[in-house]
Structure formats: C-alpha cells, structure tokens
Design a protein around this ligand. Structure first.
Ligand SMILES: [Mg+2]
Length: 407
C-alpha cells in the first residue's frame, strides 16, 4: 500500500499479543514449543482460555469447553493458567507501549491502543513504527510476538491487528480503509455478537461492504440504533480517541473498624461488602475495572497494600471479592488490622454499552448482580441479600464490634 504520512490525520495503532497465555507457557517451557498447547483447567471441566497456534488447525479456540477441545485435538498439552506470570509480562509489554506513546489505552492484559499521531519524526512512517514496536516487544519479553494494525481510526486499527495473525503487521492507509474493510465478514464488526450477525445475514448483509453501501435509514429500521453505528464503522468513521487516563482513577470502599480484626473470615466479610458497593457503583456508571487493590491498616497505623491486574475487566462483585481474597493471602502481616479496604483501579469505560457484556467476566454472575441492583433501587439495599451472607449478617449486625465507624 502506498504510504503518504501527510494524509494521516491521526495515527492509531492496535497491538495484540499472539495467543498470549499459550505463548507465555511456550516461552517458559521449551518442551511446549511447536506443540499444540491449551491453557485452561486440567480437570476437563471448564473452558479453554487460549489455544496455541499449533492447536488452531484442529478448530479449537478460546471459550471452547476443554472436553470438546481435547476430542478435536487429543495430542494437545493442557497447561493450567498462571495469571501472576501473565500479569508480569503484561506489565513489561505495556511499559514498551508507553515508550512509544504517552497515550496508551489497554483493553486487556494483552492488547492496547496507542495514539501515534505526531510520532513520525521519531519513529518514521506507520510501517516503521509498527516494525519497531514489534521488535521492542519481542526483545522486552524474551521472544513473544505481537500483531500490530495501524490505521486512522480505532476500529480499523483493531480489525487490522487481527488481519494477519500471528506476528501480523497491517497498515491501512486512510484513503483505502473503506475498500479494505468491504470484503471482510460482518463478524469483524465491532459490537456485532453472534445473534446480531444472524439477524444481519437474514437481511442479506454478509460483508462489511454490504453494510457500508446500505441505506442507513433501512439499517436503522432493521437493526435499531446499532444499525447506524455499524453503518458508521463500515464506512471507517470512528471518532473515538485513545483514552490513556484510564489508569489514573480508582474507586474504593474502606472502613475503619471499632475493634481490630484478625480472623481472615472477618476481613473477608468486609471485603465482600466493599466489593458489592464498588461493583454497584461501577455498573451504575458503566465502568469496568482492570485492577484490584486491598488495603489493610495495622494496629500501629502502618498501611499495607497488595494489588493485581485482572485477566478480564470486570464490574462483577464476585470477581472483585475473589480477587481481594487471593490478595489477602499475599500479606505477610498477621494483624490485627484496624482498617480494611478494597479498591478497583485501572478503570475504563467501554467504547459502547454493548461491549460491557462482551468484556465483563462471568456474565451469569453479572446478570444476577444487575437484578440485585434493580431490587435495591426499588426496595433499598437491605431488600435482597445473597443467601450465604444472611447468617453472617445476623452475627455481624448483632455484634457491635463489626459495625463501621466511618466509610
Ligand atoms: Mg491477544
């Protein structure tokens, strides 16, 4: 493709690590290299988190039940996930991205948008930027590959990074974006889930080009307001900016206790309440958290914190709580503690509401919590409680030493 940097109004790169979890396992264990690897639970129950590229010709992939994947690819090696290691490498990768641009918007542990507008004088034209980025990631991680797409808009950059995986490098010049998208499947339309795709096919749209050339009023009739959104995307129009401020904010809930706590069970009860409150606020604002932090203050006023990054952004209290409990295990101090706090950080607002369902971990639990939000709105927050919390509440609310002095 001809390269005319002066015609680029914005330069946006989307960088996406290739088969991230599986590639990390192959990086750390040379015996796994060149072999089909499935990262997921060994028990056979549960789903594949990532399949290595050697496994993909057998038609196995993420979110497939492990049993089914093993029937299709019986010679695959199943490796249980090691999220701490993925997080460690993710941080290294994100540091590389930040060396290239002050505006980096992580979407998950292994992918991010980078706003490279104005960086041509440092890194050269888009193709040179992408090559340098790939090389830098490879060196910083000791051998992991990343696929990079560069375009004038976020959406086209995202499609471009997936275009030639693994280790892809796809530059879509602004003047060619619409023509480049046209022959691709509607499955590549951002926000079009399987059900929407079925409806679109029923109306005769199979390619992005068909959507781009449709009458927008008709699309709106057929698909609702999402139809207009797809029309814009299909025509390579996407004004969304790369938002790098997402790591700056956090949302927390902590309590100074009237009496210090020592027992893990008591600390967990406070974490549970905090997790419920934070998740409700996140959902209320349509925000997802990619990080969780636990804060404990010792009896002699020392503040201790432990934090981690989540594999998937979330607004689900159960996920915040479980993560908080795991972090508890990482404190060496045995207490007693006079303050217990939980915070969600690395907050982001998905580009569109539909993405909440796609991005949020554990959709079933999320659905339940959304119903609880609605009940709480009508009847107040004491209207509905998790069954397993009721017994505890009876205890904790009848014993003053667990009531909160302040929030
Ligand atoms: Mg990836």
């Amino acid at each position: 493709m001809p390269e005319q940097p002066t015609e680029w109004q914005r330069i946006i790169a989307h960088a996406d690590m290739d088969a991230f979890y599986a590639s990390v396992e192959q990086l750390d264990d040379p015996k796994l290299r060149g072999r089909p690897v499935l990262v997921g639970p060994r028990s056979g129950r549960g789903v594949v988190l990532t399949a290595s590229y050697e496994a993909r010709p057998f038609k196995v992939g993420s979110a497939m039940p492990m049993m089914k994947a093993l029937r299709r690819c019986p010679m695959a090696v199943v490796v249980p996930p090691r999220f701490e290691r993925y997080t460690e490498l993710s941080e290294r990768v994100m540091d590389v991205f930040r060396d290239f641009s002050p505006k980096v918007e992580p979407l998950s542990l292994d992918e991010a948008f980078l706003d490279m507008t104005g960086a041509s004088h440092i890194f050269g034209p888009p193709i040179a930027m992408a090559k340098k980025l790939k090389q830098a990631v490879f060196e910083a991680t000791g051998g992991l590959t990343v696929s990079v797409g560069v375009a004038q808009t976020k959406y086209v950059a995202k499609v471009a990074s997936g275009y030639a995986k693994p280790s892809g490098l796809t530059i879509v010049h602004p003047s060619l974006a619409v023509a480049w998208l046209a022959p691709q499947s509607i499955a590549r339309l951002w926000g079009a889930g399987p059900k929407t795709q079925d409806r679109m096919r029923a109306f005769g749209y199979t390619t992005i080009g068909a959507v781009a050339n449709a009458d927008p009023e008709l699309l709106k009739e057929q698909l609702g307001s999402a139809g207009l959104h797809f029309y814009e995307l299909a025509n390579a129009r996407d004004p969304r900016r790369v938002e790098s401020s997402r790591r700056a904010h956090s949302m927390g809930s902590e309590r100074t206790l009237e009496t210090d706590v020592v027992e893990a069970e008591d600390i967990q009860r406070h974490l549970r309440r905090s997790a419920d409150r934070i998740a409700r606020r996140l959902r209320g604002k349509g925000i997802l958290a990619s990080g969780v932090c636990v804060r404990l203050k010792t009896a002699d006023f020392k503040l201790l914190t432990r934090q981690c990054t989540l594999a998937n952004p979330t607004d689900v209290a159960d996920v915040l709580f479980d993560t908080g409990c795991r972090l508890l295990g990482r404190f060496q101090h045995k207490g007693p503690f006079r303050l217990v706090g939980l915070a969600a950080h690395a907050l982001s607002r998905p580009s569109e509401p539909k993405q909440l369902d796609l991005l949020a971990s554990d959709p079933a639990k999320r659905d339940l919590e959304v119903v609880m939000d609605q009940v709480a709105e009508r009847f107040g927050h004491n209207g509905l409680r998790r069954a397993r919390d009721v017994g505890h509440m009876l205890v904790s609310e009848s014993t003053p030493n667990l009531d909160f002095v302040s929030e």
